[in-house]
Write a protein that binds this ligand. Structure first.
Ligand SMILES: [Mn+2]
Length: 342
């Protein structure tokens, strides 16, 4: 397994050795992989004798708060002075699990102006060109898996504590929907086997992430499936939508709708799923598919988004109802693509 060139690893190693003030930044609305990969790198850099600062643009769901190192995370939205100072003084900035600085929602200007060397570590397609060192491979299930590969390539597996292993496993598990998608490469399981050797308790991690819901979230989930799911068998498509009012009624907190978009794909014959959620000034959309229907291209073309083939995001500045009408109208253009079954 050698996807990262030796020269990149050497450059990375030199950058770490030479740098004193290191920041790790992940994307807005951090998910399990964003937090897992960032915290894994955070703990690893501490093992290398560094004192990094880990920054998230905003808060993240409570089911990620058990992760080791959670209490050290600095949230830009709440502590922007601290973060901007740190960015100004930094000599090395890692950006994890995103490909464009605008995913930091507010920090992009300061990151762009910063004199620090930047290292992009990510598994999304089309990495931006803001970084001095780009370690970006769609081969990996998750950024966390890529962080494992980096640590392995640095010949530092002996520095991997059970805490680092837990963070990496969390990233892989959440980005593959517990090994349901984007997880058909043997390397993923090689990594998992190494993490288990390091002493992780995978059942406990699963429970921490997935058996951690509020009553309201479960009721909201039931409501979505019962009342809010529309199915179009002729297009092998189903979607769910939620308005601001509905979110309020169910006491929505960030993270509550995580994973909802996957459920329509459990219906026999459904290969394309969408989830629309009404925000302040726009509609946020998630897309999922099975087989080779490219949700990222669909999203890029019609909903200002992108991502992976089978999992992507987008947005719309139309109203929720208008967005849904637009989506439904588009389906007939894709009838042929949606019929292909492989
Ligand atoms: Mn990811």
């Amino acid at each position: 397994m050698k996807l990262i060139s030796e020269s990149k690893i050497n450059t990375l190693s030199d950058l770490i050795v030479q740098s004193e003030k290191i920041i790790i930044i992940t994307h807005y609305n951090p998910d399990g992989d964003a937090m897992g990969s960032s915290l894994a790198l955070y703990h690893y850099l501490i093992k290398k004798g560094k004192s990094p600062i880990l920054v998230t643009p905003n808060d993240y769901p409570e089911f990620l708060h058990w992760l080791p190192g959670n209490e050290k995370v600095v949230v830009y939205k709440r502590q922007n002075g601290t973060v901007l100072n740190a960015i100004k003084e930094a000599d090395l900035i890692f950006t994890l699990d995103f490909n464009d600085l605008d995913r930091t929602e507010g920090m992009e200007k300061f990151l762009g102006e910063s004199k620090a060397k930047k290292v992009l570590i990510d598994h999304h397609p089309d990495p931006g060109n803001f970084a001095d060192l780009i370690i970006s491979e769609t081969f990996y299930s998750s950024t966390a898996e890529l962080v494992f590969h980096i640590i392995e390539s640095m010949n530092d597996l002996d520095l991997m504590t059970p805490e680092i292993a837990e963070c990496i496993y969390t990233g892989i598990m959440t980005d593959t929907g517990s090994f349901n998608y984007n997880s058909s490469r043997p390397y993923t399981y090689y990594v998992v086997s190494k993490l288990i050797e390091k002493g992780i308790n995978k059942d406990k991690i699963y429970g921490n992430i997935y058996d951690n819901y509020s009553v309201e979230r479960m009721r909201l989930f039931g409501y979505c499936l019962n009342q809010k799911m529309e199915v179009f068998p002729e297009f092998h498509t189903a979607f769910i939508s939620l308005s601001q009012k509905e979110l309020r009624d169910f006491k929505f907190v960030p993270g509550d709708t995580e994973g909802f978009v996957n459920y329509p794909l459990s219906i026999k014959g459904i290969r394309f799923s969408a989830f629309f959620i009404e925000k302040d000034k726009q509609v946020k959309i998630s897309f999922r598919s099975k087989g080779n229907f490219a949700t990222n291209k669909f999203s890029q073309k019609h909903f200002n988004g992108g991502g992976h083939i089978n999992a992507s995001g987008g947005s719309s500045s139309l109203t929720l109802d208008e967005t849904i009408i637009k989506f439904k109208e588009l389906l007939s253009n894709y009838k042929k693509d949606l019929e292909k079954n492989d």
